[in-house]
Write a protein that binds this ligand. Structure first.
Ligand code: ADP
Length: 479
């Protein structure tokens, strides 16, 4: 089976969050199930700079009025196709934001171009390759099935995966004419959304299957609180909706071989893990604590519950813990952690920004990772935490609830517990979970057991890749 995967970020080429990890790991994971996956993404300058060689495989007459072409390349086992359109993608800044942190004003056109290119590939514009199915990720690729339905090969099966329904790609209806879609698409059955345009909404209408990245989140988004306006449409498409939990790349994230960490270890050599602590203390300017060292690796946003975390810092300090925060995001939240670092020197450290090696080092050296998210479609950092013996303390929501087993008495006795869950998401419940964690941390044998149970959890793609492959087969068989 030949599948085209379409994403706006793909690890290790460019990454702002979990989407890149998933898009980067999926091709190899599904290959084991007989699926050949090629990945289409924009040719951002940062991506081109990493590719040793590219080949032109198609030239568009124009792409939204600009010269454009498709390049092919290989990188770290990925079979890539790139939308090379300098007018849209060759500029400073990140994939979505300009250098000053604002959305690129033409994001609608940039990602419509990505989607249109995907649809044209599915229609056969490359000489030697036509996919049997297209798998699109998030709003940036979600117009693909809409272009397909109004195009020359409308029957092409499409899977749309929603990594976070909070990002919907909504734009003013004024830009509709620029999208090169027929007027019929400006309808509530397609991309019209309460007088605006909804890219994700259109994709949800047009895709054959909608998946999201955990079974719990697939249920949560049917409610107004989590569906954020799209719950009605999802309810109408409930038969097409399913949740498939993300795996992680267990080669990139392997504490026994990870080149980014100081000391290698595994579940049988947990003592060796300790050597990863000192470099962290230095980097975060922390004193050597007796108590647990907690870490955070996150976008600093309200979704991630970072305000709740800031509120429990005095509690963490009072009980003898320390905190290392790696992240960037909302200015007010960044300021809260800057203040905490000043208020508790040697006990709270902040590294602002995005730092891939440091994220590995934290998982390898901290005792626990804190994830108090208000909602979490899947979450990857708790899976890395499991793999690295960095015990996850997480809100009971979405993928966090699906992947962590709470260290209650029964689960400890059954040797099944892997972390701490708390609900409702808020200060009080979080504090209770922290209190339980402190208690267990003071019983080193039990704490080590929790770490080892986490490390033995299967967080690989094996099971989920099989589910995607089965879904692809089912849709192709229908067509
Ligand atoms: P989301 O995609 O919502 O941000 P996920 O938990 O699904 O959250 O994925 C986040 C990914 O980004 C993980 O791989 C995590 O390690 C990484 N990450 C988040 N913030 C940082 C940071 N400041 N530095 C390095 N990696 C980070």
């Amino acid at each position: 089976m030949q599948v085209l995967s379409v994403a706006s970020e793909v690890y290790p080429l460019i990454k702002t969050g979990g989407l890149a990890d998933v898009a980067g790991a999926l091709p190899e994971a599904v290959a084991a199930h007989g699926v050949t996956m090629r990945t289409l993404m924009p040719a951002y300058p940062a991506v081109l700079a990493k590719l040793a060689e590219t080949q032109e495989v198609h030239v568009f007459d124009t792409l939204f009025g600009h010269p454009g072409r498709i390049l092919s390349a290989r990188h770290h086992g990925l079979d890539l196709l790139l939308v090379d359109c300098p007018a849209l993608f060759d500029r400073p800044g990140g994939p979505y934001l300009d250098a000053s942190g604002k959305d690129h004003p033409d994001n609608f056109r940039r990602f419509a171009a990505l989607s249109l290119a995907a649809a044209l590939i599915a229609e056969g514009c490359l000489k030697d390759w036509v996919p049997d199915l297209v798998h699109v990720h998030d709003w940036q690729a979600a117009l693909t099935p809409v272009y397909l339905r109004f195009g020359r090969r409308p029957e092409t099966p499409v899977v749309l995966t929603i990594h976070n329904i909070a990002f919907q790609g909504q734009f003013s209806a004024d830009i509709f004419q620029e999208l090169a879609l027929p007027w019929a698409a400006l309808h509530m059955d397609w991309i019209e959304y309460y007088g605006h345009l909804g890219f994700l909404k259109g994709g949800m209408r047009a895709a054959d299957a909608i998946t999201t990245v955990s079974p719990s989140y697939a249920e949560e988004i049917l409610t107004p609180e989590f569906g954020l306006g799209l719950e009605g449409l999802l309810a109408a498409r409930q038969n097409a909706l399913s949740g498939i939990v993300n795996g992680i790349d267990t080669e990139v994230w392997n504490p026994a071989t990870d080149p980014m960490i100081a000391a290698h270890y595994d579940a049988a050599r947990l003592e060796a893990r300790r050597a990863n602590r000192k470099p962290l203390l230095d980097r975060f300017k922390l004193d050597a604590p007796e108590g647990p060292l907690f870490c955070v690796i996150s976008r600093l946003t309200l979704q991630k519950g970072m305000d709740i975390l800031a509120a429990v810092i005095p509690d963490i300090i009072a009980q003898g813990g320390s905190l290392a925060v790696l992240g960037s995001g909302d200015a007010e939240l960044e300021a809260l952690f800057e203040e905490a670092a000043l208020a508790y020197p040697g006990r709270v450290g902040l590294v602002k920004g995005y730092d891939e090696p440091l994220s590995h080092q934290l998982q390898a050296g901290a005792d626990a990772i804190l994830i108090p998210s208000r909602f979490e479609p899947c979450g990857l950092t708790q899976l890395y935490g499991l793999r690295y013996g960095c015990v996850p303390i997480v809100a009971r929501t979405g993928g966090l609830a699906d992947t962590i087993i709470d260290a209650n008495e029964a689960a400890m006795l059954a040797q099944a517990a892997t972390g701490f869950l708390f609900s409702p998401v808020g200060e009080d419940a979080f504090k209770q979970a922290l209190k339980r964690a402190f208690k267990l941390f003071n019983e080193p044998r039990l704490w080590a057991r929790l770490q080892v149970q986490g490390m033995k959890t299967d967080v690989s793609w094996d099971a989920s890749a099989g589910r995607y492959a089965a879904l692809y087969s089912q849709l192709c068989a229908k067509g």
